[in-house]
Ligand binder design. Sequence first.
Ligand code: ZN
Length: 405
Amino acid sequence: MRLIVIAVTFAIFASACSSEPAEPGPGTTAALTTTTTPVTTSTTTTTTTTFPPTPTTLPEVPRPDPPAPSPDQAVPPGSRGAVIVARGGADLFEEVEGDALVRAHEGLVFPVSARAGDFLEVLTPCNDTNWVRASEVAFTPATPEQTIGAGFNFADAVVVIDPGHGGPNYGATGPSGQREKEINLDIARRTRDILATPHTINWVTGEVLDGSAIPPAGQVWVTRTEGPEGADIESGLSFRTALANSLNAHALVSIHNNAAPDGPYDGPGSEVYHQYLDDESKRLAGLLVEEMRRGFTPFGADWVGAFDAGAKFRVRANGDEVYGILRRSEVPAVIAEGVYISNPSEDALLGTPEFRQAYADAVYRALVRFVTTDDAGSGFTEPPPYTGTPSSGGPRTTCQVPSQP
Ligand SMILES: [Zn+2]
C-alpha cells in the first residue's frame, strides 16, 4: 500500500481559502468524465478502462490543506521520520515526563530524531528540540535509503517542498506590493497538489495533463503553510532541512523568487542553486532550470537576469556553502529562484494563477525526471566566489510554536 501524506503545518486553517470559489483541482474525475471518451480493453478475466490524457483545469487557488489526523493512531516502528500533530493538539515537553511547555497546534509538522518509549523527540519550527507523546501525533518513519533514477517508481518518491521565508520575513516585495513569502507559499501548495495526484505529462510540450502515467508521489511534505495572524511563522533553516533529513527524502526543493538582477535578459532569468559538491543536487538544479525556462518562456515578459543565470552554486573563496538550506541538508537540495519579483513585468506574472501554476508544473516535471530518469539537466554556470553577507535565515528570537486554542 502506498502512503500518501500531505503534510502541512496548519491543516486546521484550510478555511482561509474557503471564501474563494471552489475550483476543481488537477486530476479531478469530473474533468475526465465530461471531456474524454473512455477506451475499454477486455480480456478473458478482467476489464480495464483507461482515458486519454486531458488538460488539467487551472486551479484559481491551491487546494485547502487536509484536516489534522486523528489521535491514538497505531505507532509504526522507527525512531526517525516526521509527525503531524493530531486533532486536538499535542503537548511539547523539554524532557520526557517533564512539564508541558505548550500544547502545539493540530496539523503542525515536526521532524523526529529519536524515540524513548511512548515519546518521540522532535525539532520545532523554532529549532528547539522537544518531545511529544506518540499518541498525540501521526508518525511516519523514514523511508529506507534508496537509489533513484531510471526505473525508480514515482509512487515511492519522498519529496519536501519548502516555501521560502514566512512570518516577519517577507522575502522580497514586488513593485505591486505583493510579498515573496506569500507567492512562494502559493506555488509550494500548488506543487504539493500536483505531486499528490496522478498525471500524464506531454514531454514534447511540457503540458501537465490529467492522466495516470505518473502515480502520485509516495509522500509530499511542506515545511510551512498559511495560518491566521500569529500562526504564520518563519521556520528555522535547521527545521526545514531536518524534515528532509529525518525522512530520508529524495529531494528538498526550496521555492523562492528573485531580486536585484544584473540587467535585461533574453528569456527567463531563472536560477537554481545546488549543493556545491553534490552531483545529485546539481542534476536536480539542471533539470529544474530546463523545466522553468520551458514553462516560463511562453508567457513573455520584459525579462531580467544575472550574467550567470542558470544552475549554479554559491560558495565563499574557501569553498564553504553560503546558503544554510544547502549546507545543512543531507539529501539532494536546491533553492529555486524562479523569476524576478523586483521587476514590474515579472511581478505582474507572479500575481496570476496561470504563472504560479506554470512554476508548480515546472517543479513537478523536474522532480519526475529527477526521481525516475538519469537525465543530467543543463544550464550550469560557474559563478565567482561569493563575498556578500546573506541573511541568517531565522528563526527569530520571537519565534513561538503556535498553540492549540
Ligand atoms: Zn527568497
